[in-house]
Design a protein around this ligand. Structure first.
Ligand SMILES: [Zn+2]
Length: 417
């Protein structure tokens, strides 16, 4: 192997990001690119075209994950992956997901340009639908790769128009008959590193360019149903009422307190969805449903917090003469990033003199699922003002370039191992 790695070109990164951003169904207000709508399909074609220009071999699986392969000198060895997603939420920005795909393209471009060809193949991956926008379930592509979404489950997912994911894939000509072959076994992938915007203000506030992610937090979602007695707002005295809404409020505040007083490294507690029945001005609510989203870097702590919440909610219900039932919708495992890859990233930050810090990912990413079958790590780059999932989302191209330099060195070291 010969040649030295060049530095990532911020202009090239900008050009790719802006080109992808042209595929957008709401250019008047941010970026909207929902899975398998026309702009998303066109963005896929564009990215594949750029992969071809770089000489990458393209593979697509039954759920539409795209792999742009730069073959190593020993192509039978387990490859090293990098990449992210190109779908967005409604009225989003141009960085969330796309930065990781573009950084992967740039990394491979630099490695090729230096005339380097490591032992292991490198793959730039575009994971299908990280955002839950269309099928109300996120990480579809990486979930299938992790063996947690099979053909039957893809049949069961329907969009707002009643079309199943399976039908959509079949209509677009994806080889749905091969669905069983999407899932990866352990050891099939040597390592996977994803660059992503940090989506919080943490890096910016600390004045650091790169965040080395220690753990990707995972959510537990609880559906809480409170049943009281529906009655007349004027006709029922304060002492007689069994108000489902007021009980739900007290439970929500108890959950918030548990989150605020957490001794875990990172905890969030959110009540994001509330349904009041019957939802009328002059009626005491008889029933309230609310969601409780608990995220934590520590699985045991998350479960303890959920158990504490359950106990307190039951005590509040008893006190207020209402019933409470709590259903667990999901309880995902936080994903610790691989210690060896984190170490490599840290060494490369020092070598390249890129200011860095250790951080936690409060949001989940495809890496959370890829980590089920391969060692994973994430490189975060700063989000201005911590704003994401918004037209105001912004990361400087120079900062993505600096993160890409760290990524490139890390991929090269892993692929040479
Ligand atoms: Zn993302």
């Amino acid at each position: 192997m010969a040649g030295n790695l060049g530095r990532a070109d911020a202009g090239q990164i900008q050009a790719w990001l802006e080109a992808i951003n042209e595929f957008n169904s709401t250019p008047e207000f941010g970026t909207t690119r929902v899975l398998f709508t026309e702009p998303e399909v066109k963005a896929r074609e564009y990215v594949k075209g750029e992969m071809r220009k770089l000489g990458l071999k393209i593979q697509e699986d039954a759920i539409g994950n795209i792999f742009g392969l730069y073959e190593g000198t020993e192509p039978n060895l387990a490859p090293v992956w990098t990449g992210s997603h190109i779908d967005t939420v409604l009225n989003a920005g141009m960085f969330d997901g796309m930065s990781g795909v573009v950084a992967g393209l740039e990394a491979v471009r630099l490695i090729k340009e230096a005339g380097l060809r490591p032992r292991r193949s490198l793959a730039v991956v575009v994971y299908t639908s990280e955002e839950p926008t269309r099928f109300r379930l996120g990480c579809l592509g990486s979930r299938a790769l992790a063996g947690k979404l099979d053909a039957a489950a893809a049949y069961a997912l329907h969009d707002a128009e009643g079309k199943s994911l399976y039908e959509v894939l079949a209509d677009l000509g994806f080889p749905v008959g091969d669905f069983a072959q999407v899932a990866k076994k352990k050891d099939e992938v040597f390592a996977a590193v994803e660059l992503h915007i940090d989506q919080t203000g943490v890096l910016e506030k600390a004045g650091q360019t790169v965040g080395i992610v220690k753990t990707i937090c995972a959510p537990s979602v609880l559906e809480v149903t409170v049943e009281g007695r529906q009655s007349h707002a004027g006709g029922t005295s304060m002492s007689e009422r069994r108000d489902a809404y007021m009980a739900a409020c007290e439970m929500a505040l108890a959950a918030e307190k548990l989150g605020r007083e957490s001794t875990s490294e990172y905890t969030t507690v959110t009540v994001g969805k509330v349904q009041v029945i019957p939802n009328a001005v002059n009626v005491i609510p008889g029933k309230v449903l609310f969601s409780l989203d608990i995220r934590d870097a520590d699985f045991a702590y998350k479960n303890k917090l959920a158990a504490d919440f359950r106990q307190q909610a039951e005590a509040i219900a008893t006190c207020r003469g209402v019933n409470v039932t709590i259903r667990e919708v999901n309880n995902d495992h936080p994903m610790p990033c691989d210690a060896h890859i984190r170490q490599l990233i840290e060494e490369n930050c020092r070598k390249l003199q890129v200011p860095y810090m250790q951080t936690i990912s409060g949001a989940f990413h495809d890496s959370m699922l890829v980590g089920e079958f391969a060692p994973v790590a994430m490189i975060f780059v700063p989000s201005h003002g911590g704003i994401s999932h918004s037209p105001q989302e912004w990361t400087d191209f120079a900062e993505i370039a600096a993160g890409t330099d760290v990524l490139t060195e890390t991929l090269l070291a892993l692929a040479s191992a």
